[in-house]
Write a protein that binds this ligand. Structure first.
Ligand SMILES: C[S@@+](CC[C@H](N)C(=O)[O-])C[C@H]1O[C@@H](n2cnc3c(N)ncnc32)[C@H](O)[C@@H]1O
Length: 296
């Protein structure tokens, strides 16, 4: 091999070199998980699984995959979330299609699913479950997969989000278990009660907008984030409507933020027919999910 040839080879943009370079670049752009994000983007551009990157470290990606990857790296560095770039995100070990119309499913919301499954043990099948503000459908679909004898109604105010939730239910073969309802909370569903109501409602106050991550604010849908100046406005309505929609002995499981947790617990205490059962911390140690029971 001539000297120029061997130089060209060491300089080639192999998978390993692309990953190392991008990891370092994303690290400088304040990414929380630069290596993971680089791997997800490159695997998607090459149409392979992440693990396969490691078995092809010395391969040199070609066009158009390389061009697509470079464009994504640029957009990610400018703040766009990886899930929107590649069009999917994993939640509860299931793959969910996402778009700019829905909140990207978060790991902390998996606690809502865990707690709802725990509550389901108090009832005989078929269990009726509501998912209020279904977004991508991540809670409804994960529950349908894990509770095959449940009947789920997924409520959502945004028609675009509802479409995506339906798409995800089909992807996971559970669309026969879930009814999709375009609705402001329960308003379009005049009758019917549930053993369990699960919800990850919008809970950011417009007055704390400055505390929100700039990229979340820029890219994720406002309707999924904000519920009014205080942040508890929708939760207050959800609590009042849930009292009417739960069977006696039924459970409401909802997610909120540590910032408004105290106010949320005060709102629960204000509902005489709801009893606070527990508050669950997320993996970062923040109080995140509230479980309450309808007592009368
Ligand atoms: C925080 S996101 C949660 C999405 C999804 N459940 C998740 O956990 O990723 C809140 C969702 O509630 C929907 N939403 C907002 N206001 C609503 C309302 N009044 N009635 C029903 N859904 C609402 C939003 O469109 C959004 O999809």
């Amino acid at each position: 091999m001539s000297e120029t040839q061997s130089e060209a080879q060491t300089e080639a943009w192999t998978i390993k070199r692309l990953l190392d370079w991008t990891t370092e670049y994303f690290g400088r752009c304040d990414s929380d998980s630069p290596r993971l994000e680089a791997e997800v983007l490159l695997a998607e551009a090459l149409g392979c699984e992440r693990i396969q990157l490691y078995t092809q470290f010395n391969e040199v990606p070609q066009e158009p995959a390389l061009g697509n990857y470079r464009a994504w790296v640029k957009r990610r560095a400018a703040g766009e979330p990886v899930a929107y770039l590649v069009g999917h995100r994993e939640f509860y070990s299931l793959k969910f299609v996402v778009s700019e119309h829905v909140l990207i499913p978060r790991p902390e919301t998996e606690h809502v699913v865990v707690e709802a499954i725990e509550c389901s043990k108090h009832f005989q099948a078929p269990i009726r479950i509501a998912d209020v503000g279904t977004g991508s459908g991540c809670i409804a679909v994960a529950l349908a997969k894990h509770l095959p004898n449940s009947r789920i109604t997924a409520f959502e105010i945004s028609p675009e989000a509802l479409n995506l939730a339906l798409q995800n239910a089909k992807l996971h073969g559970v669309s026969n278990q879930i009814e999709f309802c375009e609705s402001d909370l329960f308003a379009s569903f005049p009758e019917g009660q549930f053993e369990i109501i699960a919800s990850n409602p919008p809970y950011v106050g417009t007055r704390e907008v400055e505390t929100l991550d700039a990229n979340v604010r820029k890219f994720e849908p406002e309707i999924a984030l904000f519920s009014g100046p205080k942040g508890t406005e929708l939760i207050e309505r959800l609590l009042a409507e849930s009292v009417e929609r739960l069977v006696v002995g039924g459970y409401l499981v909802f997610e909120t933020s540590p910032i408004v947790m105290e106010s949320c617990l005060a709102l629960v205490a204000h509902q005489s027919r709801l009893e606070h059962q527990k508050t669950v911390r997320d993996l970062a140690g923040h109080q995140r999910v509230v479980v309450c029971k309808k007592t009368g």
